[in-house]
Write a protein that binds this ligand. Sequence first.
Ligand code: 5RP
Length: 258
Amino acid sequence: MTDLSPIDRAKRAAARAAAAHVEPGMRVGLGTGSTAAFLVHRLGERLREEGLRITAVPTSERTAELARAEGIEIVTLGQAGWLDLTIDGADEVDGELNLIKGGGGALLREKIVATASDRVVIIADRAKKVGVLGAFPLPVEVIPFGWEVTRKLIEDLLAGLDVQGRGTVLRMRDGGPFVTDQGNHIIDLHLQRIGDARQLALLLNQIPGVVENGLFLDICDTLILGAEDESVEVTDLSQVPDAAPVTAVDNIFSEVSD
Ligand code: 5RP
C-alpha cells in the first residue's frame, strides 16, 4: 500500500503500533473509524501470520463487518464480560489525554466498551492533538423522541457555560437525520473551545433525552500518535502530570469485572 495519503500513513503507523499491544487470548474492544480500520486489518494480518487468537467486541456494525472479514472471532460485550484492552480512534485529544469522540457516530458503544476495559489505547494521527478541546464539533447522542426539545435544552445549557461557540446541528445522512447503531440521532455542538469539559459532560448527561456525549474524560490510558513519516509518539497517562485522577483506582467501574 504505497499510495496511502500522508494522513493515512500516520493513522496506519499508530494503528500498527497499537496492534503490538494485543496478546494471545486477550478480549479486545475494537474501535470505529478509519484509524481503527487499520488496526483491525493489522490484527487480521497477525492472525494469519502468527496464529494470534483473540476474542473481540466491535464498537459498531461497520467494525464488526471488517473484523469478520479478517477472520477475527467476535463476541458480544455480555459474552466477554469484561475486556483486557480496547483500542480506538479519536477526533481530538488534549494534553491530559481527554478526548472528543463520535465523529463516526459510534460514541455510545465506544464509551460503553472503553469503560468495560482494563486498559484503553487511543490511536490517531498527530494532527488530532489540541491544546483545548472543542474545535471539533462535540457529538451528543439523543433519542429521536422529542429531539427538538432536547436540542433546546442543550442550547439553554450552553448559554450559561464557558464555551466559545453555541451552534447545534442535527447530523444528517442521505437526506434524513443520521441514525446510530442504537437507533438514535446525533446533535453536533459547535463550541470552538470548551472551558470546563468535566462540567459540560456531567450537565449534558443530566438532560433526559441525551443518551451520551462524546467527551471521553479519564478514559484513555495510552495515546499513540502517528506521523506522516510513520514514526509514533507514545504517551502513557502516568507521564501526564496534570491529569486529574478521579480516584485511586484507574477505572472506577473495574470492580464490576470481578
Ligand atoms: C467514531 C469515532 C472515531 O474514533 C473518530 O471519529 C476518529 O475517526 P478516524 O479514525 O476516521 O479519524 O469516535 O465514533
